[in-house]
Design a protein around this ligand. Structure first.
Ligand code: CA
Length: 766
């Protein structure tokens, strides 16, 4: 590289907006000249390789800056240590912000006082340690009064999906993490955490502000939180961390977006956009949640705030279009365990819940989790001046226990009748209008709900200006059309040439595919006319990291597959995949899927995860395996293979395995899925093969939401449905059963009677 170390004198060090810093008027009056007379001159070190960096960092003193030369820095484990001062921090920055890329096995550790890092991008690699950015060098040397700003971490993931690491760990005290862009955490482990595990990191006064927490896809297991403050072990310790003006964009990892596990933190003016889960006050007392906006846009499992423990204030928060249920509702007050151990829920007491707006949101849950152990009801708390509106007038309250410990006053309900469990609610005739800040308000004579001057953090106010906040997914059929015919190799070549989102149109004819069609991008295969496809390898399509598959109007035959057990029409990579994939099948027919045994239509490997599998208007006949095989996570860690499987208006005939083997084992309760829907379909002679271990036509283990309705089942095995944890919702209704036994539903862990709702079916033995 052409750079030499250069030493450049800087003018008076740029004033840093460190937190709690109060600019003394006197200092402002001091000229650069007189300042430089009484201290060493600030030096700027431009470094071009790791050795130059190491030499420079040994020499730096207060006020100096180390500048990393533009380019890609491979396998660079940065240790940034030094002793800056409040007026003269030591800086590490990029020659040009955004043009210094840390890739491969790189990471950053800070240790010392008054350090500031800015302008770096971590991508194309992953940390060799358990942290990408750590505010400590080791268990003895911490960073204090230090700042990380305008840094990007983009899809910097360990390729093993369930290998745990963390992107940002704050230790020490008085640190600030602001204006960073954090997107695409896909492997297990909280994206960012504040640690309180030694005294040096407690009462820390950290500030986490103006960060863009971009999309984090569904993990399919616990460990997908975006932000955690504390751990249960130190949860009765105070943290004094402020989290404000951040934007949480589709942070969907698991059911906690933020898990607060310490005391005296403040969550102010953050925006949660279409994020599944809740801001959870899991542990710790005396926290403030104020001025936050939650926009669900009616996305599944979007939630608001869940309140647990003592002394929590939830004030002036706005919630709109949140569809979350039970613990993931728009607003949830839990029951607790009286005098319970530190890792259980403490009862809610002294809570102040006021001036919140809940608009077109589905669920307010009070006393949630009430059972023999969680018998501690809320006490000495208030719920006042809240505004609750539901356009369809549906009652949003579910009350699980005695709420006499909450004083309900001056709450206004729009289009809803007051609930019966308490007074303090008035029904008003309400007209909503959207104000300039983007929030819906009732007419001005209604004072309940969020303040009219509430400031709402939008996406543009967060992160950095020089790095795009791009969409995480390429939609099917959003690109070009590539036309192919049945000539040998033409289809294979088109797959190689196509770009993400393209449509490959197959003209009528008979196609024999002699190689795997490997997809590392979303592609659509669309039959134009009578398109018949057979294949000579053990799978037709293999979905690799980044790949997704949509097929429409194809007739697929298994008859040319090799004479071995375990073929599949579609399978995932046999290796772990970081990127979630999608499959959509419509208007297609699958026949002769019967070369040798255990020939599946769709087969997922361990360590892979589908966001969504949809099958519509399609038929499946003569299959020796299962239609959809989602049962490879057998370790019972609460991990599973797909979030949604939806089948509509399809037919299944002579299938030896099950329509689906869907498995989520273990007792962890941190996920919303899996989900399964089967509607409007015909099922005949399914599940009877001797190798079908579940002896069922539909095998669901640990599935959280199930809807099987409007189908006909003929001469098939029964469903086998095992409920494991949570409150699984299983509904089986308006189906007809002929020569098919009743569903077998088992509650494996709860000891409760079966909770499946099975009603209005025809032909079931009672
Ligand atoms: Ca969790």
């Amino acid at each position: 590289m052409g750079h030499n170390i250069s030493l450049l004198k800087t003018s008076l060090a740029r004033k840093l907006p460190f937190r709690n810093r109060r600019l003394a008027p006197l200092l402002l009056a001091v000229s650069a000249l007189s300042l430089s007379a009484c201290q060493a001159e600030a030096v700027e070190h431009l470094v071009a390789n790791q050795q130059e960096y190491k030499d420079a960092v040994k020499k730096v003193s207060a006020g100096d800056t180390i500048v990393l030369a533009n380019g890609v820095w491979e396998d660079f484990e940065i240790i940034f240590s030094g002793q800056g001062t409040e007026d003269e921090p030591i800086r590490l920055t990029a020659e040009t912000k955004g043009k210094v890329i840390l890739s491969g096995q790189s990471n950053l550790r800070l240790a010392g006082e008054y350090l500031e890092v800015s302008g770096l991008v971590f991508k194309n690699g992953y940390t060799p340690t358990s942290e990408v950015i750590s505010f400590r060098r080791n268990s003895r040397e911490f960073a204090n009064n230090s700042r990380v700003t305008e840094v990007v971490i983009d899809n910097y993931n360990n390729p093993e999906r369930y290998e745990v690491d963390f992107w940002v760990m704050m230790y020490g005290q008085n640190n600030r993490f602001d204006h960073n862009h954090i997107v695409g955490k896909r492997n297990k482990g909280v994206t960012m955490a504040v640690r309180l595990n030694t005294e040096a990191s407690q009462n820390n006064n950290h500030l986490i502000d103006h960060n863009y927490f971009g999309p984090r896809p569904i993990l399919g297991s616990n460990g997908g939180e975006t932000l955690r403050i504390g751990t249960s072990h130190y949860s009765r310790t105070d943290s004094f961390t402020v989290v404000e003006n951040n934007f949480f964009d589709r942070c969907d990892g698991e059911l906690e977006i933020i898990s607060n596990k310490s005391g005296r933190n403040e969550f102010r003016n953050n925006t949660f956009y279409e994020s599944r889960g809740t801001l959870t006050m899991r542990h710790g007392n005396n926290n403030l949640v104020a001025g936050n906006a939650f926009f669900g846009n009616n996305a599944d499992h979007t939630g608001g705030v869940r309140v647990i423990n003592a002394g929590q204030t939830i004030r002036n928060n706005y919630m709109e279009g949140l569809k979350g249920t039970r613990f993931g509702g728009a607003f949830v007050v839990m029951n607790g365990v009286p005098n319970g151990p530190i890792n259980r829920y403490d009862p809610v007491k002294d809570a102040v819940i006021e001036n919140n707006s809940l608009i077109n949101s589905d669920n307010i849950q009070l006393g949630a989790g009430s059972d023999e152990e969680r018998s501690g009801v809320p006490s000495n708390s208030t719920f006042s001046k809240n505004f609750i509106y539901n356009a369809d007038g549906r009652d949003v309250f579910t009350v699980y226990d005695d709420m006499s410990g909450i004083a309900f006053t001056d709450n206004i309900l729009g289009s809803m009748d007051p609930p019966s469990f308490a007074s303090g609610f008035t029904r008003a005739s309400v007209e909503l209008s959207r104000a300039e800040n983007g929030l819906l308000y009732p007419q001005s004579d209604i004072e309940a709900g969020v303040k009219r001057d509430m400031s709402v953090t939008n996406k543009e106010m967060t992160g950095v200006s020089w790095y795009p906040k791009s969409e995480p997914l390429v939609a099917f059929a959003s690109g070009d059309v590539i036309k192919v015919g049945p000539k040998e190799g033409e289809l294979f070549a088109a797959v190689g040439l196509a770009k993400a989102g393209d449509v490959i149109e197959l003209s009528g004819g008979n196609y024999v595919v002699s190689k795997f069609l490997k997809l590392d991008k979303p592609l659509t295969f669309k039959g134009m006319g009578d398109v018949n496809i057979s294949f000579e390898r053990s799978a037709l399509f293999e979905i690799l990291d980044g790949g997704s598959l949509q097929i429409s109007g194809l007739n697929i035959f298994g008859s040319d597959a090799p004479d071995n057990a375990g073929n599949a029409v579609v399978r995932t990579s046999p290796y772990a995949m970081l990127q979630n994939y999608r499959i959509e099948i419509e208007n297609s027919n699958f026949t002769e899927i019967d070369i040798n045994h255990s020939f599946n239509v769709i087969s997922a490997a361990k360590g892979t995860f589908a966001d969504n599998i949809v099958i519509k208007n399609s038929s499946f006949e003569n299959v020796t395996g299962a239609v959809v095989k989602l049962d490879k996570e057998i370790d019972d860690y609460g991990i599973y293979n797909a979030e949604y499987l939806t089948i509509e208006n399809s037919s299944f005939k002579n299938v030896q395995g099950a329509i689906v083997d869907y498995y989520r084992g273990g007792t962890d309760e941190s996920t919303f899925g899996p989900h399964f829907t089967l509607t409007g379909s015909k099922v005949e002679n399914v599940g009877g093969g001797k190798r079908n271990r579940s002896k069922s036509s539909i095998h669901l283990h640990g599935v959280q939401v199930t809807n099987i309705s409007g189908n006909s089942f003929v001469s098939s095995r029964p469903f086998v449905i095992n409920h494991t944890v949570g409150e699984p919702k299983t509904r089986v209704f308006e189906n007809s059963f002929v020569e098919t036994p009743s569903p077998i539903v088992t509650e494996l862990n709860s000891g409760l009677p079966p909770t499946a709702e099975i009603f209005d079916n025809v032909g079931l033995a009672e």
